[in-house]
Design a binder for this molecule. Structure first.
Ligand code: TRP
Length: 332
């Protein structure tokens, strides 16, 4: 045991990872793993709230894991595992379902958005999604949850459920805090820089995949939408330009101001070209390493098995505590 604080986060295996997943999430985690007891999950239970082809789900699950490792998450430091391998997640979710209200779940904006996108399939899993997420977090006495701004409401709900349970019984769950980094937390679409980069976008030019080859990345940046002002400035009025500067700042660790200064008197073409090169330098090695790891299924298997064993040891302790508090008779 350590006295380090615990962080927990996860990504759904619902398709190829984007530059947004990397800069907004995984890259931050790689530095956090040094200072925190770190647990990173591939949330496959969440992924099936949207219909999935089984073979794609299997492939995507291993891809997310391979990319975690390729991007620098260290299986000896962080616990890396697949959600469905630890049944305690689904089990705690059921208990927490009984402490979550229909009204509050109905107000979740992601539920409302996703319902609109699949009117013919507003399944109960989609509705209960945030409760499963609360279970993920609460099983590990998580202190901090590094997520994007879009997950803030789910985090609030996890906090409410934790407090409700603690008040009903006795202190059981740590009440988690969101950890939302500012710069580059949200990578915007290259085609519509006022909306988030998303792989579900119909226009493939709007996103960079971690699997994109160098020329594809150059081409997509070349076509990126900017504005007609024509002067490089870091401003909300120039979201396309701001997006490029944010990406560079996030990758290089330099300040937004000093990057903006570099482009005084330069056109957008140069900014786009340079951003493409900075991105390529950062993600090409990850792409190559992930490709290599995916050819070594045995290695990936040892990693996720070890991860699930470690996660389960922590999760089962919490689940037993919860079962006892609600009054379930222990099996032995
Ligand atoms: N809902 C999160 C997302 O889409 C993924 C997720 C599931 C998660 N469980 C989690 C994130 C627990 C942080 C902690 O992005």
């Amino acid at each position: 045991m350590t006295d380090k604080k615990t962080i927990f986060s996860g990504i759904q295996p619902s398709g190829a990872l984007t530059l947004g997943n990397y800069l907004g999430a995984i890259k931050n985690w790689t530095s956090m793993q040094e200072d925190y007891q770190s647990i990173f999950c591939v949330v496959d239970l969440h992924a099936i709230t949207v219909p999935k082809e089984p073979k794609d789900l299997r492939k995507n699950t291993l891809e997310v894991l391979a990319n975690y490792i390729a991007a620098g998450l260290d299986p000896d430091k962080a616990i890396l595992f697949v959600q469905s391998h630890v049944p305690a997640h689904a089990e705690l979710a059921w208990v927490l379902d009984c402490f979550a209200y229909f009204g509050e779940l109905s107000r979740m904006t992601q539920f409302k958005d996703k319902s609109q996108k699949q009117v013919g399939n507003i399944n109960a899993g989609l509705f209960n999604y945030p409760v499963l997420m609360a279970a993920d977090i609460l099983l590990y006495n998580t202190d901090l949850v590094p997520v994007g701004e879009d997950q803030r409401q789910h985090l609030e709900l996890a906090r409410d459920i934790a407090q409700r349970f603690n008040n009903r019984f006795s202190p059981t769950f740590a009440v988690p805090e969101p950890y939302i980094s500012k710069i580059g937390a949200k990578v915007m679409s290259l085609q519509d820089p006022t909306s988030k980069m998303s792989k579900s976008d119909d226009n493939q030019n709007s996103y960079i995949l971690l699997s994109d080859d160098d020329d594809t990345i150059r081409r997509k940046f070349k076509r990126a939408v900017t504005d007609s002002i024509g002067v490089v400035n870091y401003s909300e009025d120039q979201p396309g330009v701001k997006n490029m500067i944010d990406m560079m700042a996030k990758i290089s660790g330099r300040s937004v101001e000093s990057i903006t200064e570099d482009y005084l008197g330069q056109g957008y073409a140069k900014l786009k070209e340079d951003t493409a090169e900075v991105v390529i330098q950062e993600i090409a090695p990850i792409r190559e390493e992930a490709t290599r790891l995916l050819q070594d299924k045995k290695y990936l298997e040892t990693i996720y098995q070890k991860g699930a064993d470690r996660a389960e040891a922590i999760a089962m302790k919490m689940l037993r505590k919860v079962y006892k508090k609600v009054g379930f008779v222990p099996r032995r």
